[in-house]
Design a protein around this ligand. Sequence first.
Ligand code: 5GP
Length: 178
Amino acid sequence: MKDDVKEILFTEEEIAVKVKELGQQISEDYRGEDLTVVGILKGSNIFMGDLIRKIDIPLSIDFMVVSSYGQSTESSGVVKVLKDLEYSIEGKNILIVEDIIDTGLTLDYLKENLFRRKPKSLKICTLLDKPARRKVDLKVDYVGFEIPDAFIVGYGIDYAEKYRNLPYIAVLKEEVYE
Ligand code: 5GP
């Protein structure tokens, strides 16, 4: 796996510091309120597991599994919900947790989809953001790191289902996916 990595962008330690900061900010913002954290699988799995342990207010969790890439490295814009939420979100404060926002098409679709279920509030938290690649106007409430236009793996994020277990966030060598 390591041989396929071009560059490490963020080490385990750097990620841990950032996740702690995000958790503290979210705890402050929602203190005294209910909170449901919705993880978008599979990519947000590890981030979400770490993040919720840095949030010190009571919360519930739920998950959606969506697919927008298939085996490719480009978002198709067509989002398929492979697994929906287990619980109703009506009247609840919902925080969507995503791994990366690239074109924004996936979250644009999901925001619209979840808004129709009448939550009390709906915010977005992403570990990584590639603002230069955005195709739609999307308000993102919590961002871990802004990153340049490169194909990323590690810390839960895959290429063709591999590399999720790398403990750091890295740029994949082009020859791996070209
Ligand atoms: P968007 O719809 O914003 O273009 O893409 C969002 C989804 O595409 C993310 O949830 C993530 O799963 C995937 N994605 C975006 N950029 C990357 C990347 O650099 N590497 C990997 N492995 N997946 C990405």
